[in-house]
Design a protein around this ligand. Structure first.
Ligand code: SF4
Ligand code: SF4
Length: 269
C-alpha cells in the first residue's frame, strides 16, 4: 500500500492516476530477472496474508510468525506486517526460487503493482479520500520502456489486482479514516491490537469470535456465523465490521441490548 521499495536509486516517482500510462515489460529472459525480489520492503495487506497463508497451508498465526516483521502504515501508528527477507547476503525474498517466484499466483499486491507504487491519502480540505499511484524507476529494473503501454487501470486488471483491492477495500477505508483524524490524535494500544487482530490474523480472529462472549454481544445472523466458521474472506469482512463498530462507533454490527458491555471482550492479538 505504500511505495514498495526502499532503495537509494529510485528516481523520484511521478504521481499518476488510473488513466495515466506507462510502458513496461517483465519477462523471464530479461537481464534483471529476480533482482527486484531482493532486499525489498513489502508491506502485506489483509488479502495478501489470506492468499499466502492458504498457499503455504499455514494458519495466519504461523504465517505471521515465520514470514513477517512489524512495520507501520505511513504517517500513522497503525501496525502492518512486512515480509521478512532471508538473512542471506542478498536479503532475498523467502519465496524466491531458482526460476522465480514460488508463489507467483498468490504473490502480494505490492509485487503485482510493481513498478507502480500505491498509497492513500485523506485530503483535509475537501474531506475526500484518494488513492495515489506513482511510477517507480529503480536503476536495477530494465523493464521500463519495453513492451506494451498500459494505463494503471489496465495494469491492475493484467496483474489480477481487482479481487485483492475488493477484499482490501474496508481495510483501506479504516486507514483513511485514521488518517483523517490527523497526526495529533492518539490511538490507544488496545485499539491498535484490535486493528492488527482484525486486519491480519484471520484465524485468531475466528477463534476470538467463537471462544469469547463476542456472539453474546453482537447480533450476527446464523448463516453469517456458519460462513465465518470456514471462510477466511467472510471472517475478514466480519472483522472489518467489528473494527468500524468498535474503533469509530459505526453501527455496522448490531449490539444485543441486554448484554451490551463490549468491555467483556479481551483482545489477545
Ligand atoms: S513474493 Fe514473489 S514476486 Fe514478491 S518479492 Fe517475493 S519472490 Fe518476488
Ligand atoms: S527488476 Fe523489473 S524487469 Fe527485472 S524482473 Fe524485476 S520487475 Fe521485472
Amino acid at each position: 500500500m505504500v511505495i514498495s521499495k526502499d532503495k537509494k536509486d529510485i528516481v523520484v516517482p511521478t504521481r499518476m492516476n488510473l488513466d495515466s500510462t506507462f510502458t513496461f515489460a517483465c519477462e523471464k529472459d530479461i537481464a534483471c530477472f529476480m533482482r527486484c525480489c531482493k532486499d525489498a520492503h513489502i508491506i502485506l495487506t489483509p488479502c495478501d496474508i489470506i492468499r499466502m497463508k492458504q498457499k503455504m497451508e499455514l494458519s495466519s498465526d504461523e504465517f505471521l510468525y515465520i514470514y513477517t516483521t512489524l512495520g507501520h502504515i505511513e504517517k500513522t501508528e497503525l501496525p502492518v506486517p512486512v515480509l521478512k527477507m532471508r538473512e542471506d547476503e542478498k536479503k532475498s525474498c523467502p519465496f524466491l526460487g531458482e526460476s522465480g517466484c514460488t508463489i507467483y499466483d498468490d504473490r502480494p499486491s505490492t509485487c503485482r503493482y510493481y513498478p507502480i507504487g500505491f498509497g492513500m491519502f485523506h485530503d483535509q480540505d475537501s474531506s475526500a479520500d484518494h488513492l495515489l499511484f506513482a511510477l517507480i524507476k529503480e536503476g536495477q529494473c530494465l523493464g521500463h520502456g519495453l513492451g506494451k503501454e498500459y494505463t494503471i487501470k489496465e495494469w491492475r486488471i493484467d496483474q489480477g489486482l481487482i479481487p485483492y483491492d475488493e477484499v482490501n477495500a474496508s481495510w483501506t477505508e479504516l486507514i483513511l479514516r485514521r488518517k483523517s483524524l490527523g497526526p495529533f490524535t492518539k490511538i490507544p494500544d488496545k485499539s491498535l491490537q484490535m486493528f492488527f487482530l482484525g486486519s491480519y490474523n484471520v484465524d485468531r480472529f475466528r477463534r476470538f469470535v467463537f471462544d469469547s462472549p463476542f456472539l453474546k454481544i453482537y447480533d450476527i445472523p446464523d448463516e453469517r456465523i456458519e460462513k465465518i466458521s470456514k471462510d477466511d474472506r467472510a471472517t475478514l469482512e466480519l472483522a472489518n465490521d467489528w473494527l468500524k463498530t468498535t474503533l469509530f462507533g459505526d453501527k455496522t454490527l448490531e449490539v444485543i441490548e441486554q448484554i451490551a458491555d463490549t468491555n467483556e471482550l479481551e483482545v489477545d492479538a
